[in-house]
Design a protein around this ligand. Structure first.
Ligand SMILES: [Zn+2]
Ligand SMILES: [Zn+2]
Length: 438
């Protein structure tokens, strides 16, 4: 059986194969192929940068990526790919078939923007008021489209197929709607032909252009959300003994919830609980009868996640009961932690280094942000890396989701080169595996 369908069972074998193939000439993209990739990137560079700026100037919110989707579809059609638009609302899937038999590897870009008013002052600043590509999904879309443009002219070297997946609504779906990676999967993006492994990337403003951050294992957190309502009883502000003060109780809940992380969790298992919104009360001199708290929980493993949920409930009981207050608690499990399959990692790490140089690949500590790429990597082996986009002349770059976020465009050709290396090597590796294990 080909190895990418079940990495866990062939771990020992794959380590042997990694040693066999990675040390042998011809596994990694060789110098001539690398030069060919570089030449093709140069040929398409202007077109790719124009596409990036167009998308940046015309950002669209989650599940509303209509023009971005049209642009992506028309570009993929112009490359004579098999194109499927309208997946999970505005998603687009393009299939590039190589001239040689082999499996299908997926590569995914997200396309949506955020409700932020851009303040970069760039000549290609957003034209859509209150909407901005502040998470770099314009860069992701351009890099993956650029990779399609380059690999389209290298079909002779492709041992199998590449499925280009352009996904809407990574940032979250509007209330009452479905979308994102989970809907793409429900609508069959990983099937027909089956996708055996998937690659993805995110721009990273903490790292300088030219560098890549990567590690095997968990790299991004799981993200849940919760809503709490504390129900008290109103009374005159001067006669608190006649009511139940929901503001006082909610304040204690806010403070005590932080003690879950500092006192109840194993410090080597990172977690964050943030209450980002609090609302309640009506007037300064009336005891509030109701306070609502909304927040998020970030964890790197399911055990920690479940413990936090239980402790939150215990705190709510202990803080409301003495005052005869009541509460409601709604906990919604969201994105799972993003996990890089270690076997795929060990196969492709040399490929990363071959693409950008040994000294430019750095290890990555797990981050508490979340990504719905985990929906794919829960089902099939996934490989996700972070692309440095901090211009070398800046000490610090504005962070993701900032109105001043401005990734260095020089990172785009580096992203394309890296994906071309990874995809060609991954398909080549699998082909060699199959040829040696008929
Ligand atoms: Zn984001
Ligand atoms: Zn993002």
């Amino acid at each position: 059986m080909p190895c990418l369908s079940n990495f866990g069972t062939i771990r020992i074998l794959s380590v042997v194969l990694v040693l066999t193939f990675l040390c042998s000439p011809g596994f990694c993209v060789d110098k001539a192929t690398s030069l060919r990739i570089a030449h093709l990137i140069e040929k398409h560079k202007k077109d790719i940068l124009d596409i990036r700026r167009f998308i940046h100037m015309n950002p669209e919110l989650s599940n509303r990526e209509f023009d971005t989707s049209k642009l992506v579809s028309s570009k993929l059609l112009s490359l004579n790919m098999e194109v499927k638009p309208g997946v999970a609302h505005t998603g687009v899937v393009g299939l590039l078939r190589g001239q040689n038999q082999g499996i299908t590897i997926g590569v995914r870009a997200d396309m949506d923007a955020l409700p932020i008013e851009e303040q970069t002052g760039l000549p290609y600043q957003s034209l859509n008021q209150g909407i901005m590509h502040a998470c770099g999904h314009d860069v992701h879309t351009s890099i993956v489209l650029g990779t399609a443009m380059v690999l389209n002219e290298m079909r002779d070297l492709i041992k199998g197929s590449v499925k280009f997946i352009f996904q809407p609504a990574e940032e979250g779906v509007p209330a009452g709607e479905q979308g994102g990676a989970s809907l793409m999967i429900k609508q069959g993006v990983l099937d027909n032909p089956p996708v055996r492994a998937i690659l993805g990337l995110h721009v990273w403003p903490d790292a300088e252009t030219g560098t890549i951050l990567f590690s095997s294992g968990t790299i991004f957190a799981g993200a849940d959300t919760f809503d709490i309502t504390i129900q008290g009883k109103s009374a005159h502000g001067a006669r608190p003994h006649e009511g139940i003060d929901a503001v006082y109780i909610a304040s204690q809940v806010v403070i005590d919830i932080q003690s879950i992380i500092s006192r109840s969790m194993n410090p080597v298992h990172p977690a964050v609980v943030t209450i980002g919104k609090i609302s309640g009360g009506s007037r300064p001199n009336i005891l509030a009868d109701q306070v609502k708290l909304e927040g998020t929980v970030r964890t790197l493993d399911q055990n920690t996640q479940q413990k936090i949920k239980k402790f939150m409930e215990k705190i709510l009981i202990s803080k409301t009961q003495p005052f005869d207050a009541s509460y409601s608690f709604s906990y919604k499990e969201g994105t799972s932690p993003l996990y890089n399959h270690p076997d795929l990692g060990s196969i492709l790490e040399p490929s990363l280094k071959n693409a950008v140089g040994d000294n430019n690949v750095h290890s990555l500590d797990p981050q508490m942000v979340a990504e719905d790429f985990s929906e794919y990597s829960e089902r099939i082996p996934g490989f996700y890396f972070l692309l440095g986009v901090k211009p070398p002349w800046q000490n610090t770059a504005p962070p993701l989701h900032s109105s001043r976020f401005s990734p260095d465009e020089n990172s785009i050709p580096i992203g394309i080169k890296t994906l071309c290396h990874l995809l060609l090597d991954c398909l080549d590796y699998q082909k060699q595996f199959e040829d040696n294990n008929p």
